[in-house]
Design a protein around this ligand. Structure first.
Ligand code: SAM
Length: 247
């Protein structure tokens, strides 16, 4: 039976790779690299880790990302169709490129359990394999570590959500971690009652951190974000919002 490893590689710092993941990289026969547009930072980290930890005889197979209609008439049907075509393309690559007794791997930014479609995609793939998931350091853990603070007060809940949801629905509780924020959702939250711990490009040489009462630092974060996006052509940021009355 084919074996497939889905390996979390951490949030940007090569040192995030766990010992378990590093060892596993050395056992892989075929790395399947899903080439997403605008994913140069992921590709660079991925290549570095494969060079450093991959075995001498490994192969690399690139699986091109399926183009997506960003403005369809029927959004649900378009997404379902896109997922089906992605699963078919990945399934074909696994079938054609991985022999029955070989080990394949897909490397995932951060951890595959958090805002990543790889495991859902593999559920829909029509090829038999034994699946093993190796966890990675998420951007959320990297954020908390770099700000040297926990995500919540004693016994409190913490919600992980997207920028779009915060903009549409408000905060999810006393402590809300926001990922995938294309719209600066922190600007939609009451600045008088909220503190923020923000981080961009965590774990990379371009890392930026800002923290403080939202009323005092929101403009600085917006300006830093705009300048960084301009300089690098892309931005990846994550932040914790905490209601000051939380505890
Ligand atoms: C598609 S999600 C992937 C999350 C990833 N699976 C994880 O475990 O962190 C991408 C989002 O993760 C966050 N992110 C990932 N890496 C980051 C980094 N190095 N610095 C800041 N934010 C990061 C950003 O919110 C980005 O929009």
């Amino acid at each position: 039976m084919r074996r497939l490893l889905v390996i979390g590689i951490g949030a940007g710092d090569p040192g995030h790779l766990t010992l378990q993941a590093a060892e596993a990289l050395g056992t892989v026969d075929v790395f399947f690299l899903i080439d997403k547009p605008n994913a140069a930072p992921l590709a660079a980290l991925r290549d570095e880790l494969i060079d450093r930890h991959g075995g001498p005889d490994h192969r690399v197979v690139h699986v091109a990302e399926v183009p997506r209609d960003r403005d369809p008439d029927d959004y649900g049907a378009a997404v379902a169709d896109w997922h089906a075509r992605r699963a078919q393309r990945l399934g074909a690559a696994l079938h054609d490129e991985l022999a029955d007794d070989q080990v394949g791997a897909i490397l995932v930014w951060g951890d595959p359990s958090l805002y990543d479609s790889t495991l859902r995609l593999l559920d829909a793939v029509d090829v038999a394999f034994d699946l093993e998931v190796l966890p990675g350091i998420t951007s959320v853990q990297a954020l908390a570590a770099r700000h040297r603070r926990p995500l919540h007060g004693v016994g409190e809940p913490v919600v992980l959500t997207t920028g779009r949801r915060v903009a549409d629905e408000g905060l999810g509780g006393p402590n809300t971690v926001v990922l995938l924020d294309g719209q600066q959702a922190f600007e939609t939250v009451d600045p008088a009652t909220t503190d923020i711990w923000w981080g961009a490009y965590l774990g990379t040489p371009d890392e930026v951190l800002v923290a403080g009462p939202l009323a005092e630092v929101a403009d600085e974060i917006a300006a830093t974000r705009a300048a960084a996006r301009e300089a690098n052509g892309w931005i990846m940021d994550v932040y914790l919002l905490r209601r000051r009355d939380a505890g």
